[in-house]
Design a protein around this ligand. Structure first.
Ligand code: NIG
Ligand code: FE
Length: 428
């Protein structure tokens, strides 16, 4: 059992003391050599957390809570499990329209690529999103965000990419900003103007990339509407040299880059992305040995998206064993979108990552906490229960932290804290 941990302010007044909780800190420096081979949850049994001004000030065992501490509020967790708030590092949450008929077409044997080449797929959602007003777009996206919040998500990423013209890309990112102002959640915004080629630029992919770099990105950056830039690098979207142009432009504007890479084929986007210090490369079913090597020598996170793998009935598995053996951080996300992953549950993704990809439940939990924080460049602030980190926490009425991946029987967090404040669960 772990004993005391150092804290910034373990004495005096504080806003909140949470006590008598088992803690999955997800901090790899805690209990790293535990004999419990079932997991590296960085667990503290019968623990306590001290919070002040939205920040974790102290983490340790309940028996060593500093006696002089004067908390304004005390919450007794009665043996429930306290975990970091969940982090969904890859979503396309804001869109209009519906793609259920494409699901039917795919069940009848048409491929995702065929549907895209015939003007459906991403373009179908682009057409609906272009027609939709800002207010209606926000209202249609709200239930998807609320579903994530109900499950304990405290940070998520939202991409644009269903506009493909400046006006609609701005509308999507402004909708994301508006939602962040309306809900107690942190939203990282990513510009995905290079998602697919819009019909106005048919046969002129290079000209569209020039348009993205010269007409769209500077405006997005100027308005502070995105912290990162993503590209769909694939044979039905953009090639490596077009991707590189977008990355160069993004970097010159001080934005992070990330990539939809090796989803349907090995385009070697991962090697390019690591050269540009991408935050993450996402999907990776067709990742090659060279791609794994490139990741091994980089700071880039491998983000796995089992929802899209499952929904597209993909049979090529991402090389999880090689990623693990090379010590590459693996994040997990919903990829929430209407075409390839219409799912609003990170816990379902955890379950799929274990059953379909062979992750352990503790890797899956790290994938939606510590590693997804890293995939957003927020790993010094969120994703672990650790002194100095944001007090974004979830309290679960479960017996073991493996439950989050193992069992989808309807438990929700009994409490979610965002920046140290209890988030009302009845509101959503
Ligand atoms: O992550 N791969 C590209 N983008 C999305 C799919 C978007 C769509 O089909 O609408 C994805 O799978
Ligand atoms: Fe995606």
């Amino acid at each position: 059992m772990t004993n005391a941990y150092s804290g910034r302010k373990a004495t005096g007044t504080c806003d909140l003391l949470i006590t008598h909780v088992h803690i999955a800190t997800m901090d790899p420096s805690i209990n790293a050599h535990s004999e419990n081979t079932a997991g590296s949850y960085g667990e503290i049994s019968d623990g306590a957390v001290v919070i002040d001004q939205g920040v974790i000030q102290w983490v340790g065992s309940a028996e060593s809570i500093p006696s002089a501490l004067q908390p304004k509020e005390v919450i007794n967790g009665h043996g429930q499990w306290l975990m970091p708030g969940l982090i969904d590092c890859h979503t396309h949450l804001i869109y209009a329209g519906d793609r259920s008929t494409e699901f039917e077409q795919r069940l009848e044997g048409k491929s995702y690529s065929d549907i895209a080449k015939q003007g459906g797929g991403i373009m179908s959602t682009v057409n609906a999103t272009r027609r939709c007003s800002l207010d209606h777009l926000i209202d249609q996206s709200r239930p998807r965000l609320e579903a994530l919040l109900r499950e304990g998500v405290t940070t998520l990423e939202i991409k644009s990419g269903y506009g493909l013209n400046l006006e609609t890309e701005l509308k999507i990112l402004r909708a994301a900003r508006e939602l962040e102002q309306q809900y107690p959640v942190r939203i990282e915004k990513t510009f995905l103007g290079a998602h697919t080629l819009p019909p106005e630029f048919s046969g002129q992919a290079d000209a569209y990339i020039k348009h993205v770099c010269e007409e769209m990105l500077p405006v997005i950056a100027e308005e502070g509407l995105a912290t990162a830039v993503d590209v769909f690098c694939e044979n039905i979207a953009f090639n490596v040299s077009q991707t590189e142009k977008v990355f160069q432009c993004a970097k010159s504007l001080g934005l992070h880059v990330k990539l939809h890479a090796e989803q349907l084929s090995d385009s070697q986007g991962t090697q390019l992305a690591t050269a540009y210090e991408a935050l993450s490369v996402d999907h990776l079913e067709y990742l090659s040995e060279e791609g794994v090597k490139a990741l091994e020598n980089s700071t880039t996170v491998a983000t796995l998206l089992p929802g899209a793998f499952y929904f597209l009935k993909e049979s090529q598995l991402p090389p999880v064993e090689k990623l693990r053996a090379s010590g590459i951080p693996m994040a997990l996300a919903t990829d929430l979108n209407p075409g390839t992953s219409p799912f609003t549950s990170l816990r379902l993704m955890m379950n799929m990552a274990c059953t379909l990809f062979g992750l352990t439940p503790s890797e899956a939990l790290a994938g939606v906490t510590r590693q997804s924080a890293r995939a957003l460049g927020l790993h010094h602030q969120v994703g672990m229960i650790k002194t100095g980190y944001q007090a974004d926490l979830t309290l679960w009425p479960i017996q073991s932290p493996a439950s989050l991946a193992a069992s989808l029987t309807g438990e929700r967090p009994s409490l979610t804290f965002y920046q140290g404040k209890v988030r009302s669960s009845s509101a959503y």
